[in-house]
Design a protein around this ligand. Structure first.
Ligand SMILES: [Zn+2]
Length: 320
């Protein structure tokens, strides 16, 4: 019986699982991304969790879906904008410690591969996965081929410029990026800016936002309570998401797009409703099917298992 390891390296959490096939997460362990440490510590944490799950058994292959940007030829994450350790090696140390092949890809590339192999993407040849989380990212399969790019970064759609006049800075240093405006780790800045521009003194949400901004959970909770300012901001953020998704549609022409990521999953009614309302306004043609991710919080893990079990040919040339 073959055993596979799936790894999801996020800016806030690291998830590791094992499976005996078909993308089924059988056991998993979750830990926090280290708040400080040497570059090597990330792979060490992953290997430690994998060894705990494997209990002495040897895996057939390991799939890793990771935050980017990546340097696939070296198997490194390089300058990740939202992580406390920004650059770290993954492929080589994991291959050495666990003694098997490691298939590495961007987290959303992994997630879209998981949808294609085991989820709602089966039967489609053109599909996308977009995560709305602490960052915003995407993975795409076009004509049945996983898009990888020169260094594995063909999917950094969170850094699409959606407002070229914006003063809001992204974690990557750029301005007006989708992620700078509407991601979980950055939307507080957008909220504060808007609170200064639009005064709604009768709104509790506005008063708090004016003082210190709002975290995503607060913003969406206030919107659910009917707070006027929060509803206005959620509506604007939905327009931003619709504009981002429309840009992605213009680039890749997908039949279906899956939406995932913690911020989306926790507030999916509010976000999905707005996206479907505004998408047509920004799209070049009839928008594709927009669906919730098939595996929820495990989207990247299932994708990582799919990478290990059925490595896409587009990734096999990546190792030098
Ligand atoms: Zn950026």
């Amino acid at each position: 019986l073959s055993l596979f390891v799936g790894v999801d390296v996020g800016a806030s959490k690291i998830r590791v699982c094992i499976s005996s096939g078909s993308g089924l997460v059988e056991k998993k362990l979750v830990t926090k991304f280290p708040s400080s440490g040497e570059p090597d510590s990330v792979a060490r944490i992953i290997a430690g969790l994998a060894e705990k799950l494997l209990e002495g058994r040897k895996p057939a292959a390991i799939g890793v879906g990771s935050i980017g940007p990546l340097d696939l030829r070296r198997g490194w994450v390089v300058n990740a904008p939202n992580a406390s350790i920004k650059s770290f090696p993954l492929r080589e140390p994991l291959e050495k410690t666990l003694g098997c092949r490691v298939v590495l890809a961007n987290d959303c590339a992994a997630a879209v591969w998981g949808e294609y192999m085991y989820g709602g993407g089966r039967g489609f040849r053109d599909l996308g996965f977009i995560t709305i989380s602490s960052g915003i990212g995407g993975g795409f399969i076009v004509d049945g081929k996983l898009l990888v790019g020169w260094r594995g970064n063909a999917h950094e759609v969170g850094h699409l410029v959606l407002d070229y006049k914006s003063r809001l800075k992204c974690g990557c240093g750029g301005r007006g990026h989708w992620e700078a405006l509407a991601s979980g780790s950055r939307l507080r800045n957008y909220v504060m800016l808007r609170a200064r521009e639009e005064r709604i003194p009768g709104s509790r949400g506005w008063r708090t936002a004016y003082k210190r901004g709002l975290e995503p959970e607060e913003l969406y909770a206030l919107a659910r309570e009917g707070d006027e300012f929060a509803l206005m901001i959620v509506d604007e953020l939905n327009r931003i998401h619709a504009a981002g998704i429309a840009s992605v549609i213009a680039a890749y022409d997908p039949q279906v797009i899956f939406l995932g990521g913690a911020v989306f999953l926790r507030n999916k009614e509010l976000i999905m409703q707005g996206i479907t309302r505004y998408l047509r306004e920004y799209s070049i043609h009839e928008p594709p099917i927009i669906m919730e991710a098939s595996f929820g919080e495990d989207a990247v893990l299932v994708g990582a298992l799919a990478l290990a079990e059925n490595p896409p040919s587009e990734l096999s040339g990546a190792e030098s």
